[in-house]
Design a protein around this ligand. Sequence first.
Ligand code: CU
Length: 619
Amino acid sequence: MANISRRNDRREKEREAAAENRRELIAAGLNRRDLLKMGLLTAGGVLISKKGLSAHPTTRSGFVLDDDRPISPPTTPFVEDMPRLPVLKPVASLTPTPTIAPNTAAGEARVVSHQAFKQFPPLRYYELSQCAGLVRMAPPNELPQQRIWGFNGTTPGPLIVERYGTLGSPQQGSILVRQRNNLPPENGGFGIPSVTTHLHNGHTPLESDGFPCAFMERGQFYDHHYPNVYAGINSTHPGVGDIKEAMSTLWYHDHRIDHTAENTYKGLVGPYILFNKFDSGDETTGFRLPSFGDGQNPLTSFDIYMVFSDKVFDNKTGLLAFDLFNTDGILGDKFLVNGKIQPVLHVSPRRYRFRWLNTGPSRFYQMFVLGPDNSTKPFWQISTDGNLMERPVEVTSSRFSIAERVDVIVDFTREAGKTFYIENRLQQDNGSGPLGNILVEAGQGQKILKIVVDGRSVVDNSIDPASITRFYGFPNTTDPERIVRTFRFERGNGQWLVNGRLVGGCRDPDDIRFAIKRNSVEKWVLQNIRPGWQHPIHMHLESFQTLTINRQPPKNSGLIERGRKDVLRLEDNVEAVVYFRFRDFVGKFPLHCHNMVHEDHAMMILGQIDDVGDTKTLP
Ligand SMILES: [Cu+2]
């Protein structure tokens, strides 16, 4: 025992020394390129250990053990209430008035004209200021206030709640969100005040999508036009779009090339919900899912957005820490819901809809509802990535990696007086992804949220998910494809590649590597043949459907694996085939890994949609 303890003491000192030295390098403003020149970085992208920069041991399999990440100071769990995210209110007008052509004279950062402004004139305006804010993430006196970057100075940002238009007036859903960059020049160690805001899962004209190279610098603004229309409006389902392409749980976040992990970790994430007359937000109409209400009142609001993130805090200062030199992926040892570490939610004895979003940067979850005596409470999963499945599926857990969303219905009707926990039981020791499917025992995982059923009894007009036999159904996947393309996600030189290359960066013309023909069908083969690494692959503009995984149709009922997603959790030794329709809008977009650290180093490929397309099968 004495031996082990002595060795751990030494490791602890090395870990502290390495962290200290890395802090000094970051404070000196040196980037990876500088370090490579100075010989402090190996060709593999790892800080060399002999200078005391890295306490990383490397295993025989080549994995870097991620045990020199800092350990956060202790915090007391389940003290503070989980915040319900406030709903953003529209503004009556914007100054200057939004224009179709970029208003560069007035400081707009956009360089491409709005392509669907006349077809879907925005009926409501919103404005968000990206700025620094002081927030408390832990109970008082446990961690200092954190200087975050957030939307209107908060993280997560305010909830945008919108509604699709209807037949005959699809423009009813159209909005414009003006983003302003009011970030400070100093970053406190990480983050850059040069941003671009992506609406994740939006079927959005691409000049408003938050292209990773469409930078908005300090002092500038950027008008994002979100028509909020079903895909197919100009093609397969003219006029109103395909209801089977309805989306519900989206989010917005920074997407700056090379710096997305830092900027989102620093706070630039926010939730977005779309309702329609079926998924109506009112439990007395449509599919009769639990009511959204005003999102705040616990006696009328039963549809609750939960933003999960994991973070690590500097052991000495208690301030949020981000390791710029970790390229495997960053794991936090503190778990936050809606900006608070391990909070408490009080509910009434009735059904609730929870919308679960994982903002990473690098952790995968398998969430269970843990009940009294380490029991596991079943619940209903109704969506994947914000898109309702064909029907609800009863499950005992939901797995989701970075940027994936699942909506679930949990029934607390007969649970008055009891206490539950949202518990992650998926074992993950390294930012590269979980190693296999190892689950810990009930009660031995990470308890992230405590739920106490001590709220007042209220009427429940929502319907039992067991009696819902069909939402919209899935769109067909039988129309023939124009082309099959293959994308290999792989590792090289300690960085992350797609088809053998890093993303080229934002040189003109933005390193566009393939072109899709508008209003065509494509099949994509997504490959990850390297053992041990997992990549949540994200595509913009359209949801896809999974046809096969390792040449087999999706397992079990297949609904969860098959159903319209925008992130494919590409596990190791996997080849997946997915089906896409690219409709309605043109422009440039990225395909990338959503482990945000992989994305920044630089597992991304840029393409475009135009009216010609190309025939590159291996772009
Ligand atoms: Cu990845």
